[in-house]
Every structure is written in C-alpha cells, then in structure tokens.
Design a protein around this ligand. Structure first.
Ligand SMILES: [Zn+2]
Length: 302
C-alpha cells in the first residue's frame, strides 16, 4: 500500500502507555480551572496557600505531591513512566491513522450519495487491556467495535498475530481488519446493528448466530467497498495487496479458527462466516464499489 505521506486521521486515540501522560496532561488544566474559584473566597485563598506550601514543600522533600492531590495519577505515572513507544510502534500508529483517514474519505462520499452524513468514529489503540462502553476487554479478543461509544479498539499486537499465527502478512491485510471494524460503525450509523440486535431477541442460539454471520459478512463487504475506493479512486494499492486481504479474510474465517484452535468445526456456532464466505463478500464490495451489493441479509446464499 502506498500510504506514507498521506493524510492521517485526527480520530486516533493512542492509549498505549497512557499512564505517562496522565498527570501532566490532565492535572494542569484541572488546576487552572479551579484557580479562579479558589481566589474568589477567603477560605479558597487559604486552601490555595496551603496547597502551594504542600506542593512546594513536597517538591523540596523530593515527593511529587501534585498527582496525589489530583487523584492518584502519580501511581500510573511512575508505573508506566518508562513506556516510550518504539519507532516501529510510532510507525504503526501512523499507518493506522492513514487507513482510518482513507475510510473516512470513502464513507463520507458513500453517505453523501445516500443523502446522509457520515459521523467519523474514534479508533483507540491500546496495549494489553482496555476499558470501553462494552466493558473491559483484553487484547485476546482481537480488534473490536463498540456500538455503545462508537469507537474502534485495536491492540496492535493483533497485526503481529495476523502475520505469524494466521500467516496473513502485509499492510493491506491490516488495513482490511481496520476497514472491517469501520464497517461495523457504518452498520451502527445506518441502524442495521440495532435491527439485528432486535431481531435476535427470543431467537435460538443457532438462529442468532446466523444473523451475526450476515452482519459480519456485510462488514467484510463494507471493507471491500473501502478497498475499491482506495484502489480505483486513489490508486494506493500495490500488486499483491488484494491477495493480502483475501488471505487475512481466509485466515479469520470461523471454520479456520475453530480448526486452528483444535476444536471441531461447527457451522451452527459460526458468528463471522466461513473463510470462503468472508472472501466472497469482501470481493463483492471490492469489485463493485456499490453498497447495494452488500445486502447480506437479503442474500439467499452467503
Ligand atoms: Zn466483525
């Protein structure tokens, strides 16, 4: 993919090693906001003087009191103060930002054609564990989209897994994963996710899983739509890029994952679709660039 030097999205929130930034980034604005209120009253002024004495007294004794006063930020500060991002990690974030920006361009255009307005999602980069409106999640769940806060969550170690564990290397394989999660955001904006959620109520597990599969395959088709725009409109694909995405789609098909985990392949338990289905729907979007072909819910055969 020709991504270097392209526009980066401003909607990426990097929470990798966030503790290091907490007290400097959050504490200063808070203290400044409190200042006018404190100066106004006599008690406030006394509090202020005592505060200043405590903070500077602490500093003289070698204790940084400010983070402690402002809610314990100092603990995470000292715990993760050493997490400087490597050059590779910084580059990964740039790559993710460029892909996200490209999906923004694509979906703004498609939504405009539909007479709608696209609302850009935030993409959160995390390492290890993350708190979202959908609860706590660990890196083990893989990249996900949370409809509750309309944010994408990616632990970049998944890209390493994609390359090594799933044998799906390449930047476009990673881009496909991001575009798939963006696809879920699009489903949320279009009201499709809410419809699926409602339709699942009272259904058997197998029937509910079948709906999940259609929803996931549509997200693959939406990822393909982005790939089409990136390829045809912006010409940023290299030879072999499409194959990278197809390899990734194959690698994370439910049948392949179940087999890989040493489990029996049980189609009723599929929630994302088989490898062949994932490839097929990604291609449907990629080849046509037409959102009307992504009606996985109306399709007789997946
Ligand atoms: Zn998905």
């Amino acid at each position: 993919m020709k991504w270097r030097g392209s526009r980066q999205s401003s909607n990426v929130e990097d929470r990798r090693g966030q503790g290091a930034q907490y007290s400097s980034a959050a504490a200063a604005p808070l203290a400044l906001r409190l200042l006018p209120a404190l100066v106004k009253t006599k008690v406030g002024r006394i509090v202020l003087v005592v505060g200043v004495v405590v903070v500077f007294g602490g500093k003289m004794l070698g204790v940084d009191v400010l983070p402690l006063l402002l809610g314990g930020g100092g603990v995470s500060n000292s715990a993760s103060g050493g997490t400087e991002l490597s050059a590779e990690q910084k580059e990964q974030a740039q790559f993710v930002s460029v892909v996200l920006a490209d999906t923004e361009d694509t979906w703004h255009e498609i939504f405009a054609q539909l007479g709608k307005t696209y609302k850009e999602p935030t993409l959160v980069l995390f390492s290890g564990q993350v708190k979202s409106a959908c609860g706590m999640a660990s890196a083990a769940v893989g990249p996900f989209y949370c409809p509750g806060d309309q944010q994408l969550y990616i632990d970049l170690s998944f890209f390493h897994d994609l390359k090594t564990r799933y044998s799906a290397p390449g930047d476009f394989a990673q881009a496909y994963v991001i575009a798939h999660e963006v696809g879920h955001h699009v489903q949320t904006l279009l009201g499709i996710s809410a419809e699926v959620h409602a339709a699942k109520r009272g259904k058997s597990e197998a029937a509910s899983n079948a709906l999940s599969v259609r929803q996931e395959l549509q997200a693959d088709c939406f990822a393909g739509l982005w790939g089409h725009a990136a390829n045809v409109d912006r010409n940023i694909l290299d030879p072999g890029d499409l194959e990278e995405a197809l390899t990734a789609a194959t690698a994370i098909g439910d049948d392949r994952l179940q087999k890989g985990a040493g489990r029996e392949v049980v189609p009723d338990s599929f929630t994302h679709g088989s490898s062949a289905q994932r490839v097929r729907w990604f291609r449907a979007g990629f080849d046509s660039g037409d959102i009307s072909v992504c009606d996985t819910f109306g399709a007789k055969n997946l």
